[in-house]
Design a protein around this ligand. Sequence first.
Ligand SMILES: [Zn+2]
Length: 230
Amino acid sequence: MKGVLGELQVNLAARFFLDKNQYKLFKNVTLPTEDGSTQIDHIIVSRYGVFVIETKNIRGWIFGGQNQKTWTQKIYRHTQKFQTPLHQNYKHTETLKSALQIAPEKMFSLVVFVGNSEFKTPMPENVVYGGAYIRFIKSKIQPILTETEVKTIASSIESGRLTPSIKTHRTHVKHVKKIVEDKQRSLDENLCPKCGNPMVLRKTRSGVNQGKQFWGCSGFPKCRMIRQIP
Ligand SMILES: [Zn+2]
């Protein structure tokens, strides 16, 4: 119930305080990741940037800073550590960024505490209580995306057409891996990395290195690839 209330708080605030023609709100967006999927509570897309919002429903006193990996919740006499939602949301933002192919400076990560909590340490700038997130969003007044970009991003999120770019990324990783493997294979089998012909042992004929051996491509003189023997 509490969780639902928290979500509602964010949804309602958005509905009442953000012009829906300028700010497009998306709820519970599932994004594919390398190891499964991740869910983003809220994404708000506007000309002022893409806001990635994580809601955190936690009660009690909160202790935590910008750069700490874990934060602490104190309720009555119980103390409990939890992963900083900033770190969690950073991963969400990164995933969305690669799916949408947008520049990092056009995205804002925002954590909203919706439970009955109180920070006992200074709150990082992008961590707020309840409806105060509206103020954070409205503090961004510089348009950084065009109307068309906003439309494209919104429709990508809407249609769930976020998979292709991640697949593309995976294909890219595979491609790079293949290049590295091919290079390693040519080293193992002592083939020329440039033309694939076997490398043969040769001797330097003149100069300071005279008599020194090296691997030269058997395709010489067509291919002049050499590999020094350390
Ligand atoms: Zn060669």
